[in-house]
Design a protein. Structure first.
Length: 650
């Protein structure tokens, strides 16, 4: 991990106390030092110094550890917790709060200082196992603490993005069975001694309900003063869809739907029918564009206000895993009996499912639009924020953005379960710090870690690669020339993106002017040739090429203007759509400079941008990850920080 160097190099002296910061987070101006029981929080960019007395005797923990090494959480935040309430013994001390996603998949960790986002690390990027299934967020938390230069006991509290006790009750688990079946809360799993040292007394640990965490992850970073919130996923504890009103530091739940009407589980059953896994929703969206919505699907978005989203008769009412399985089987039986090709998972003939995919996608889009319309009406708002795994459906988001129902739309770029780490930290911080709470407005997604110059050189030399070091402008010009000559470039720059989309920090890039580049890039990544690739476009050129909502996170689909489709065929899907990432010089200056250089050579301010990873692996994170990918991939060049490795791309 490369520490961020502040714009001064001298040590700071204060009343004969020498403070030598060892690690600064990019965009995070805080450093914490300690002298004689006083914690000093220094803000180097504004030269503001504040101090708070430190209590060496820990307050009574909200998360007592039983003799069997299990949590007994006494503090839970959910939709029923009074506004602004936290237990009296939880007091502001250092300003630091960690948020954790700690469930069955997408483990991650976040650090915030009084609501300001400092660093966000997804566990899959460290373990190199996609979605980090059944993994603890312990390593990602250690990375975050190291990045910020603090320790576990510097945290005011730790916020968990799910209430597993509530989930266990819905699953019908006894107290003893819960810890056997759901060991996610074990302190030995979350805070293993080999990473965190002595954990006999932990900072306060607070469980924040799953959908409250999702809603907070979308509202506070949106920059909106007030908004409606729509959270849609497979399930969070006992809920699958939530409509809420957000204002100031308050999130009020208005309506919700149970797991028996889960849009997420409905979509997963459709994926299973086609033969995809539940993590392959992107494939399904791509397939839907080839078909027509001509079939009948038992989903209506509660158009009749019946409190149900599914319209399938005879559905089981069981709660728990048995109910989930029974409803899944009921749907699959319906699909097999009513929907061509009347067969589950015929991989060799995936295009046979194109009309089915189109019908399901259209039904989902209509359901989301109806739910959004109701959320906006109930909250008397014209702005909407969205989170939950279903909110990553960029086609549905594009339809909603173009509907005319709303003035502004913000979709959390990590809307899947990784995002509840941020939401839990923010909701807790909002209650803990009051007027000092200053949430970061997310204008970019570059909140991961970066690599030092030495780490990059070491990775290149270990691989035996010949490299040249260039000035930033020269690097961008050289890469643009490679792209113009039809080279494919692995691009690794700065802090990594969070979320499932590559956004110009860990990207595989190509020229969009030639359709053959879509074929070649998909081959490099082991993707099906029929799947689309997304464009990155300079902000000042968005309107020239696209019709729709500009978005920096690649989560809102648009239409490509018919007049320019011929000039960028590699990023136009068969239905004329694209999911563009809008790039500007303030959020990613080097990537914007590359797009500028490419425009100077071609007149086109757009590049093919897909994630830097092979099939079944997460996006590259470290320099070594990227070098390994480059050696295996057949890409023509590697631009990693200030270094360029060239192959014969002509």
């Amino acid at each position: 991990m490369a520490p961020f160097t502040p714009p001064w190099t001298a040590s700071l002296y204060l009343n004969c106390l020498r403070l030598t910061p060892t690690a600064f987070a990019q965009g995070n101006p805080f450093v914490v030092a300690e002298l004689a029981g006083v914690v000093l929080t220094l803000r180097w960019d504004l030269c503001i110094i504040r101090y708070k007395a430190r209590r060496y005797a820990p307050a009574k923990c909200a998360s007592e550890i039983t003799g069997k090494g299990k949590f007994e959480l006494h503090t839970v935040l959910d939709e029923n917790t009074p506004k602004g309430q936290l237990p009296l013994h939880i007091r502001p001390r250092t300003g630091w709060v960690a948020g954790l996603t700690h469930g069955a998949h997408d483990a991650s960790s976040v650090l915030c200082h009084e609501g300001s986002l400092v660093v966000w690390v997804e566990q899959e990027r460290i373990s190199r196992r996609k979605h980090a299934v059944e993994e603890s967020p312990a390593e990602s938390l250690a990375k975050c603490l190291d990045f910020a230069g603090i320790k576990l006991d510097d945290l005011d509290c730790i916020a968990l993005g799910s209430d597993h006790a509530r989930l266990a009750r819905w699953l019908g688990l006894s107290r003893s069975d819960r810890h056997k079946v759901m060991s996610y809360d074990l302190p030995s799993r979350l805070f293993p001694p080999h990473l965190q040292g002595d954990t006999s007394r932990l900072p306060e640990v607070i469980a924040v309900s799953h959908h409250l965490s999702h809603a907070a992850s979308a509202f506070y970073p949106s920059g909106f003063d007030r908004a409606a919130a729509l959270v849609i996923d497979a399930m969070g504890e006992d809920t699958s869809t939530t409509l809420a009103k957000c204002e100031g530091k308050t999130i009020e739940f208005l309506e919700s739907y149970g797991v028996e009407d889960s849009l997420g589980f409905f979509y997963e059953a459709a994926l299973e029918y086609v033969g995809f896994t539940k993590f392959e929703a992107g494939k399904f969206m791509g397939l839907a564009a080839y078909g027509s919505p001509v079939l009948q699907i038992p989903l209506n978005g509660d158009a009749s206000q019946s409190s149900h989203l599914w319209t399938l008769d005879g559905g089981p009412c069981d709660i728990g895993r048995a109910g989930i399985r029974a409803r899944n089987q009921l749907l699959l039986r319906h699909f097999t009996e009513e929907c061509f090709p009347y067969t589950i998972g015929l991989h060799e003939d995936v295009m046979a499912y194109k009309d089915f995919a189109a019908t399901v996608q259209t039904a989902l889009e209509k359901s989301i639009q109806l739910l959004a319309q109701r959320a906006l009406a109930l909250s008397s708002c014209d702005r909407l924020v969205m989170a939950g795994g279903v909110a990553l459906n960029c086609a549905a988001n594009g339809t909603l953005a173009a509907s005319g129902l709303l003035k502004d739309l913000f979709v959390q770029p990590a809307a899947h379960d990784s995002g509840v780490a941020l939401g839990a930290a923010l909701e807790t911080s909002a209650r803990l710090y009051g007027n000092a709470f200053r949430p970061t407005v997310m204008r970019h997604a570059y909140w991961g870690t970066s690599n030092s110059r030495d780490e990059v050189i070491s990775a290149l030399e270990e691989a035996g690669l010949h490299y040249e070091q260039l000035e930033p402008d020269s690097l961008c010009h050289a890469v643009a020339e490679i792209l113009v000559n039809q080279g494919i470039v692995a691009w690794h720059q700065g802090r990594a993106e969070i979320g499932p989309r590559a956004l110009g920090a860990r990207s595989l890039l190509a020229d969009p002017q030639y359709r053959k580049n879509l074929v070649r890039v998909n081959a490099i990544k082991g993707r099906e040739v029929w799947r689309p690739l997304a464009p990155s476009v300079l902000e000042d050129s968005f309107q020239e090429y696209f019709e729709g909502c500009r978005n920096p996170f690649m989560v809102v689909a648009t239409q490509v203007r018919a007049s320019v489709q011929r000039s960028i065929p590699a990023v136009v899907h068969v239905d004329g759509s694209a999911r563009p990432q809008v790039v500007n010089h303030s959020s990613n200056p080097r990537y914007a400079a590359l797009l500028d250089a490419f425009r100077c050579l071609t007149g086109i301010p757009i590049l093919i941008n897909t994630s830097l990873n092979e099939k079944h692996e997460p996006i590259c994170n470290s320099a070594r990850d990227t070098v390994r990918f480059f050696l295996r991939s057949g890409a023509d060049a590697l631009a990693i920080e200030d270094f360029l490795v060239r192959h014969d791309y002509r």
